[in-house]
Write a protein that binds this ligand. Structure first.
Ligand SMILES: Cc1cc2nc3c(=O)[nH]c(=O)nc-3n(C[C@H](O)[C@H](O)[C@H](O)COP(=O)(O)OP(=O)(O)OC[C@H]3O[C@@H](n4cnc5c(N)ncnc54)[C@H](O)[C@@H]3O)c2cc1C
Length: 532
């Protein structure tokens, strides 16, 4: 069973060792547990539905509550406090493209908003119904979760778009294939959601981002069906797939997607290397990207993230091991950890490992083998459960992310960290802020910033501090030429920064697409970009 006010399955928890709690208390002060709002009390706040009866739509309170919010910090505050406020008026779970067409027709007929819903893992408010007189209908795609066709000759697979990460891999594996798209939310997020948010998987360096994997598909829109044929390449004008990628449910409902798949690799290995400081680690990581090193992923944690990650996981043995190695190199403080992956057959992994080690050593790196990489691999989809544990102890965790050219990465990192710290200081509280490079390209990288802070007894006040912090950080990102999002998308939380990023003509173009496909503005209104 899925948690109604947190992340993931109720049977899974992230155990935080005592040493890790002490570490947090030393840096932030003791957390104070804030009791959660009660499930039944929250359920009692669901108002009567304003939708007429329809055979495909459920209006029961429980289903509406479970589809009201995603995973952003404002969503957590709403769910944990039990003050959710706005609920969808109904939830449909279509099984076919015809069902989706019927629901679009119904929404137009009665003038309600229609919110496409994948796994509900959005961290920027994508799937939240908005206040107003207009009823809203959430269309949960998760019953559309089948592999429909596998063309092994072309390495193309067609899936219904509500299929989750584990369902994709389970259906491809018997045929010897993988999609290779592994966002940290993989357990719950869906193919349609990935496409609609331009998602990036942890091994996108090897397999590509979702825009590289999405070859074509079917999109039901209020004005009819769009069929995007899969082509290896085309010069027939602008690529319409690019309108669907990042469309955030504003242009139509993706019902089927054809994706590029790869043969399952013989070996998928992850390794660790330590650097004496962030600067040398970053130079080495840039060199990996710019020499097209044979890796599947690279994640470089700054010194504080390195220390915090190891401390929260209680891996004192690894810390001791790393310290020993670094002392041999003459460095013991400010260590920076790089996790990198190598995928291929046994011979390839072994020669690529030597090649990568040689590059890292040129920058003073100390490759420490596969043990730390294995730990990372084991916990890669378990780490989100830490958020539940932290909340129960009185701490909240949130993240920010951007991408920009290499020349700007350090300045933005320093400015955003400072902005977050100042924002909390101005409210008299402390925060722990750390960062990593999460995806690398020849021309730049994506920067991922995590911050942990106290939940106040007054959750409205916590929300106020979060808003101030988010704004201060977003302004710095945009002013320094970064994108407002490398992988999470726009939703509600980033919409105010879109004009700065796309420019007024760019926004008019996006609005024009909405008007062409959705003249009544029924599709996920208020998200992604303005519609006047
Ligand atoms: C713990 C955690 C870790 C995360 N890690 C990553 C990560 O590593 N990489 C990353 O890219 N993101 C990550 N995210 C963000 C989130 O998982 C992604 O944005 C994901 O792509 C959303 O997929 P979903 O199926 O949950 O979509 P939802 O959250 O349900 O919806 C997101 C948007 O897509 C639209 N949508 C969904 N399905 C369809 C459809 N079939 N047709 C049209 N529109 C649709 C919705 O209307 C909405 O606007 C993470 C989130 C969490 C909570």
């Amino acid at each position: 069973m899925q948690r109604w006010n947190g992340w993931g399955e109720t049977k899974r928890t992230f155990h935080l060792p005592l040493a890790a709690r002490t570490y947090l208390e030393e840096l932030l002060g003791a957390g104070v547990h804030i009791p959660d709002g009660d499930y039944q009390t929250s359920l009692d706040t669901v108002p009567p539905s304003r939708l007429p009866d329809h055979p495909l739509i459920s209006t029961d309170d429980e289903t509406r509550l479970l589809h009201a919010r995603g995973q952003s910090l404002p969503d957590w505050i709403a769910l944990r406090s039990g003050k959710i406020g706005i609920f969808p008026d109904g939830v449909a779970t279509p099984e076919t493209g015809d069902d989706v067409r019927e629901l679009l027709w119904f929404a137009q007929e009665i003038g309600c908003a229609l919110i496409p819903y994948g796994g509900g893992t959005s961290v920027v408010g994508h799937i939240n119904p908005l206040p107003g007189d207009r009823p809203s209908l959430t269309v949960d795609m998760r019953r559309m979760n089948r592999l429909l066709n596998l063309d092994e000759e072309s390495r193309l697979a067609i899936f219904s778009a509500g299929v989750t990460g584990p369902e994709i891999e389970a259906q491809l594996k018997p045929h010897g294939y993988t999609l290779g798209h592994f966002p940290q939310s993989w357990e719950l997020s869906t193919l349609g959601g990935w496409i609609a948010t331009r998602s990036s998987g942890q091994q996108s360096y090897l397999y590509g981002r979702i825009e590289d994997l999405f070859a074509g598909g079917t999109i039901e829109t209020p004005v009819g069906r769009i069929q995007l044929r899969s082509l290896p390449a085309s010069a027939a004008g602008p690529d319409l797939r690019q309108f669907v990628l990042g469309s955030e449910g504003r242009l139509g409902v993706i019902t089927q997607a054809e994706v590029r798949v790869s043969p399952l690799p013989e070996e998928e290995m992850f390794f660790g290397a330590f650097f004496r400081d962030w600067e040398s680690g970053m130079a080495a990581t840039r060199a990996l990207a710019q020499t097209s090193a044979p890796i599947s992923m690279a994640r470089l944690s700054d010194p504080l993230e390195t220390e915090t990650t190891l401390a929260l996981a209680g891996r004192e043995r690894l810390i001791t091991f790393a310290d020993y190695g670094l002392r041999l190199l003459g460095h013991s403080v400010g260590r920076t950890l790089l996790i990198y992956g190598i995928t291929g057959d046994h011979g390839f992994v072994s020669s690529a490992r030597q090649e990568v080690s040689a590059i890292l050593r040129r920058f003073g790196g100390l490759p420490v083998g596969a043990m730390i990489g294995r730990q990372w691999e084991k916990s890669r989809f378990h780490t989100p459960y830490l958020r539940n544990t932290l909340w129960d102890l009185g701490y909240a965790l949130d993240t920010l992310e951007t991408a920009l050219p290499w020349r700007g990465v350090d300045a933005v990192r320093a400015e955003v960290i400072q902005a977050i710290e100042q924002s909390f200081q101005s409210e008299g509280s402390r925060t722990l802020v750390f960062s990593h490079l999460s995806h690398i390209y020849t021309d730049g990288a994506s920067l991922y910033i995590t911050y942990i802070f106290h939940i106040g007894e007054d959750l409205e006040q916590t929300l106020h501090v979060w808003r101030m912090t988010k704004h201060a950080a977003s302004v710095r990102i945009i002013a320094n030429g970064g994108t407002i999002s490398h992988q999470h998308g726009v939703g509600l939380d980033h919409i105010d920064y879109m004009e700065e990023e796309k420019g007024p003509i760019g926004l008019r173009l996006m609005e024009g697409m909405s008007k062409a496909l959705d003249p009544q503005e029924i599709l996920n209104p208020g998200k992604g970009w303005p519609y006047s």
